[in-house]
Write a protein that binds this ligand. Structure first.
Ligand code: TRP
Ligand code: SF4
Length: 336
């Protein structure tokens, strides 16, 4: 496929500020894609509502937080169309229409459906909206006739379902409106949080993209290391050390060589090792923090950026919907 002309779409649910795991797992990839493809990136606030319908206050706050994070890391509204799902009501209409042709068993057998229900057992997720989550996601993707969807492995079942819905639609209505979208998998080593487990909002072990420097320093300084290295005089093993996993992302090969030598011979201590990490990490985070400060001072500018993106997205979405209504025999009544 000619990636120059490939149309790419992806979304994030506004369930919290972005952390380093999000930065390297998804955003780095989006930044690359925006240079090569026609990109649409959006805040999936209706999707956030499927699990957080009882506490919607947070969704708005998180939406602006994430938009600021996006712009601060370098998503460029001149290159990518940035928008908010709930501003494009056409998604809801397509979701309804796709609901007519999507068999319920396809949704019930979706592995993330049962997993999430079990994992989030404090919430009542036996709702119609939660079951329909992947149908809404399919609508998000195909309403822009996207070819590529950059996602993590966890989203593969949803992309597969989207492809099945597309095939069914195209077959039922003898249509070729929708291409079958492809998942663009981001292979990225799992980033450890400060407790050494996978960095994740639900473990409360994250370093946030725009977290202030002193707070980042405290977190790194208390981060778990090779747990076998109890005393400064004990040699350590970088291969089992979560701090070293971060060095793999932020530090040069030269740095890493020195650390490996120093650690395994106990000639450097964990505190020194962490100081080197901090310095390198800050080189990445400081410009992002600076940019965020500038954007925060000018929310009017952010709002007009989003209005522009919403306008562009809406134009595409309404073009698609005209074709969809026509194909499904649901065009506006000419005789009314
Ligand atoms: N379900 C996705 C997630 O949790 C978010 C999402 C919603 C999405 N709609 C999408 C991702 C469309 C890609 C394309 O990460
Ligand atoms: Fe980990 Fe660095 Fe300590 Fe070695 S010196 S155990 S790599 S923190």
């Amino acid at each position: 496929m000619n990636t120059k002309r490939m149309r790419v779409l992806s979304g994030m649910r506004p369930t919290g500020k972005l952390h380093l795991g999000n930065l390297h797992g998804a955003l780095d990839n989006w930044l690359k894609l925006q240079e090569e493809c026609e990109c649409f990136f959006f805040i999936a606030d209706w999707h956030a509502l499927t699990t957080d319908y009882a506490t919607p206050e947070k969704i708005r706050e998180n939406t602006w937080d994430i938009i600021l994070d996006w712009l601060s890391v370098g998503l460029d509204p001149e290159k990518s169309t940035l928008f908010i799902q709930s501003e494009i009501q056409e998604h809801a209409e397509l979701y309804l229409l796709l609901g007519m042709i999507t068999p319920v068993p396809w949704l019930e057998r979706n592995p993330t459906y049962k997993e999430q229900q079990q994992q989030l057992s404090n919430k009542d997720l036996s709702t119609y909206g939660f079951l329909g989550y992947p149908v809404l996601q399919a609508a998000d993707i195909i309403i822009y006739r996207a070819n590529g969807v950059p996602v993590g492995k966890d989203q593969l079942p949803h992309i597969e379902l989207t492809r099945e819905i597309v095939r069914r639609f195209n077959h039922l209505y003898r249509s070729d409106i929708f291409p079958e979208p492809q998942a663009l998998l981001t292979e990225f080593p799992i980033l450890p949080g400060i407790d050494g487990k996978k960095m994740s909002k639900s473990y409360n072990n994250c370093i946030y993209i725009t977290e202030p420097g002193d707070s980042v320093r405290k977190k790194i300084m208390t981060m778990v290391t090779d747990t076998q290295r109890k005393r400064r005089s004990d040699p350590g093993n970088p291969d089992v050390c979560p701090v070293f996993d971060l060095h793999k992302i932020y530090s040069s090969e030269e740095n890493r060589g020195e650390i490996t030598d120093g650690c395994t011979t106990a000639s450097i201590g964990c505190v020194d090792c962490k100081k080197i990490l901090l310095e390198n990490l800050n080189k990445v985070l400081e410009p992002i923090r600076e940019k965020r400060k500038l954007y925060e001072k000018n929310m009017d500018n952010i709002k007009s950026i989003m209005q522009e993106g919403i306008k562009r997205a809406r134009k595409e979405a309404s073009k698609t919907m005209e074709m969809v209504r026509e194909a499904m025999g649901m065009a506006p009544f000419a005789d009314l």
